[in-house]
Design a protein around this ligand. Structure first.
Ligand code: SF4
Length: 481
């Protein structure tokens, strides 16, 4: 489709809004009227006059608004575009004109500035957010602020990246290497050696600066695609390098149930890991097959029961709404199964097909946003009725229907790391390939990022360069503590 941008510079927001209504269209920007297609949207700012015209497969719609009285011309234009596209398509996206920004962060800001009632009014009336989503954003905002207060100016979290998996799922856009190939397997010992060296250096810096480690998170990839002895080496390295006396939470993502074994779980328990994630994504075998996730539903159930029987009392399960081959009923059944198992956390994601996923490369369509919205509404209702509350939320670009990912938790069992990281309320020191260290000014909002090399072979080969980059941590804190 053609999106015409005439007389203004708000192309980014206009394109984002068009993408919500037409997720599978290639959108071409045009800055004049020389070209047209079956779907053409024109956005014009002429002095104080905003005009939007749409020609969608022969269905035409026009709208205009006066920008002279409003404080934010971009928002006013976005709202007009939203109304016109809603009329012409019959779709009313539940997050209204909110694109990009994290709803709970915005809600927190408005509650602090204007009070809860006015913040809710602003969301629903000015930003066209549905009542249901506004309530979700408010509930998350309240839960997050309780957790953020647990973080002190000197506290930090540690992220450990294990970018290996047992085979690659076809919706995945993470940098993760299938550990099944001989070349990847050969990389692992060298990777662990460098990872431990980086952990040791980070621990040294944290100690020198007097920082307090509050949470640890192993992500990836699938950390448990490593052998038990390899996990043991990494955990020991952390114990040797960091002061763990203030540690509140230690998470290891097991992710793929087919990697969960007795020796690995025993190793994690031995090192006081107190939260794990076992991710079904769906409890439908045909959907697992369609998304190229090479494990069975039975393996998920067995991994969960095994972890429980060995004493893990803090388990998260991830589900995804909008997976290839899934349906509303199928998603609801998966959610019901998860609720019956009663893990402490259930995280409900919306499928976001990034360019680097196999599905996107092969031209798969984004799931129907309206159907995925219904799945999330079911999740919200069912989880709410089953003793779970939403405690963190974010949205990814290219998610079906511009919808959200929400972490749900039983009372008092929220994952601290997820909130600390998402709200950027304290420093995250990150080790391993693809990891990003985020340094947070202890007395303000300023954040500085240090990027590690993305791929394991680069991380190993250019490790010395990384060491230089990490010198910035001391510089950053030098003038701020
Ligand atoms: S297990 Fe997770 S990280 Fe690994 S390939 Fe599948 S979706 Fe990606």
């Amino acid at each position: 489709m053609i999106l015409r941008i005439i007389g203004h510079g708000y192309h980014y927001e206009m394109e984002n809004l068009c993408r919500i209504f037409f997720p599978n269209e290639k959108i071409t920007l045009s800055y004049d009227r020389s070209s047209a297609e079956a779907k053409t949207v024109e956005t014009v700012l002429d002095g104080d006059k905003i005009e939007i015209s749409c020609d969608i497969d022969g269905g035409k719609m026009l709208g205009s608004a006066d920008a002279s009285a409003c404080e934010n011309t971009e928002l006013e234009m976005g709202k007009l575009l939203f109304r016109v596209l809603s009329s012409v398509t019959g779709i009313v996206p539940p997050w209204g004109v909110l694109t990009g920004v994290r709803p709970s962060k915005l809600m927190t800001k408005y509650i602090n500035e204007k009070g809860e009632e006015e913040a809710m009014r602003h969301f629903t009336e000015d930003l066209y957010v549905s009542d249901n989503k506004a309530r979700l954003a408010r509930n998350v905002a309240k839960a997050e602020s309780g957790i953020i207060t647990l973080s002190s100016p000197r506290s930090f979290s540690l992220y450990v990246s294990i970018p290996f998996c047992p085979g690659r799922c076809n919706y995945c856009s993470f940098v993760s290497h299938s550990i099944d190939t001989p070349s990847a397997r050969k990389l692992v010992p060298g990777y662990i050696e460098k990872l431990c060296e980086e952990l040791s250096r980070l621990g040294g810096v944290a100690g020198e600066l007097g920082l307090k480690l509050e949470s640890i998170y192993f992500g990836g990839g699938t950390p448990t695609s490593l052998e038990a002895s390899q996990l043991d080496t990494i955990c020991k390295s952390i114990e040797d390098s960091f002061d763990l006396s203030a540690l509140r939470e230690y998470t290891v993502e097991c992710g793929r149930p087919d990697t969960v074994t007795v020796p690995k779980l025993r190793t994690l328990l031995l090192h006081n890991v107190n939260r794990i994630s076992i991710n079904p994504q769906t409890f439908s075998q045909s959907v697992l097959d369609a998304i190229g996730r090479r494990h069975t539903v039975e393996q998920t159930l067995n991994a969960y029961r095994l972890a429980r029987s060995m004493g893990f009392d803090f388990i998260n399960m991830d589900l995804i709404a909008g997976l290839t081959g899934d349906s509303y009923d199928g998603f609801c059944e998966s959610l019901d199964t998860a609720v019956t198992l009663a893990p402490e956390n259930i995280t409900v994601h919306t499928l976001a097909l990034k360019r680097s996923s196999d599905l996107a490369v092969n031209g798969a369509d984004v799931a129907d946003g309206e159907e995925v919205a219904k799945m999330l509404d079911y999740a919200q209702k069912r989880l709410g009725e089953s003793g779970y509350s939403p405690y963190y939320m974010y949205r990814q670009s290219k998610s079906a229907g511009n919808l959200e990912n929400t972490g749900w938790s039983k009372e008092g069992r929220e994952c601290l790391y997820n909130v600390f990281m998402m709200e950027e309320c304290h420093t995250v020191l990150a080790a391993g390939a693809g990891a990003v260290t985020k340094l947070k000014d202890p007395h303000g909002d300023y954040i500085e990022r240090i990027f590690n090399f993305k791929y394991p072979y680069e991380y190993i080969a250019r490790f010395d360069e990384l060491t230089d980059r990490k010198e910035k941590i001391k510089e950053f804190y030098g003038s701020r503590i």
